[in-house]
Design a protein around this ligand. Structure first.
Ligand code: PGA
Length: 259
């Protein structure tokens, strides 16, 4: 894992945007795996600003989002389809027909999940998968004890995750407890992974992902098995690492080598 530690959440977003800008310059028709949640918002704003400035274009890009709540259709403001349209797609030159989010309102959710993996494969696989990480170490909605080789499927959300996301739903409003999520195996199939994490609340999960054993209790630890992962974190999210200075040292050395 390449671990890049930055001073602030804004710098994490800038660093993530630099990596995506570089990849799209090399491959304008890339297939991107995208994430929702609070963490990528600053990244999406930065990418939209760069698109407006003509530094990056999404016109040939295809996207597949990680997950969607089951029981919400895309018109629901808390659906991840609505999030993506509102927070990112509306602000860049992307062809909305090439954006994919699992169907939260599918009549047969299990079949829709299998179909989603097939569509990713048909698109040529994911070139760059963007991820956040949950406080419990989840990636996508792959909660602890998910199979580390799982494919896209229906998952039950943990009490932790439901509580973390409750702030987005009004009092008394229906909050889903099931989701369709791409699997950990699906994520590991991506050619490259970029994970962003900020804030002290993520420090323990970040430590377990980077330093811990590969174990189902921290689904993100499966990324240790992937050969091309970049983790970008701020000082607060790095605060539980044994030796953050080691990663800063590696980055300086890499820069000296002209990586
Ligand atoms: P957050 O979610 O960015 O809202 O903290 C991350 C995640 O749950 O994957």
């Amino acid at each position: 894992m390449r671990v890049l530690i930055r001073d602030s959440a804004a710098d994490v977003a800038g660093c993530g945007a630099d990596l995506i800008e570089a990849r799209l310059a090399a491959r304008p028709a890339a297939v991107l795996g995208l994430a929702t949640g609070a963490t990528p918002l600053a990244l999406y704003r930065e990418l939209a600003a760069r698109a407006r400035a003509g530094r990056v274009s999404f016109s040939d890009v295809t996207t597949f989002n990680l997950d969607e709540y089951l029981g919400l259709d895309g018109a629901h403001p808390q659906s991840y389809r609505a999030y993506m349209d509102r927070e990112f797609f509306a602000h860049v030159d992307i062809d909305i027909a090439r954006t994919h989010v699992p169907a939260g309102n599918a009549g047969n959710a299990r079949r829709a999940a299998v179909e989603y993996d097939r569509r990713i494969a048909d698109a040529g696989g994911i070139d760059l998968q963007l991820l956040g990480i949950g406080r419990n170490g989840h990636i996508g909605f792959n909660e602890p004890y998910s199979s580390l080789s799982s494919r896209t499927r229906v998952k039950t959300l943990s009490a932790n995750t439901i509580a973390d996301n409750a702030r987005f739903f009004a009092d008394g409003e229906y909050q889903p407890h099931l989701a369709i999520t791409v699997g950990i195996g699906t994520i590991l199939d991506a050619r490259e992974v970029l994970l962003l994490a900020t804030g002290e609340a993520k420090a323990a999960a970040v430590r377990d992902m980077i330093e811990g054993p590969v174990a189902a209790r921290c689904p993100a630890s499966a990324l240790q098995l992937h050969a091309h992962v970049t983790v970008v974190i701020d000082d607060a999210a790095a605060s539980a690492l044994d030796d953050p200075e080691f990663f800063r040292h590696i980055e300086r050395e890499d820069r000296a080598l002209g990586d």
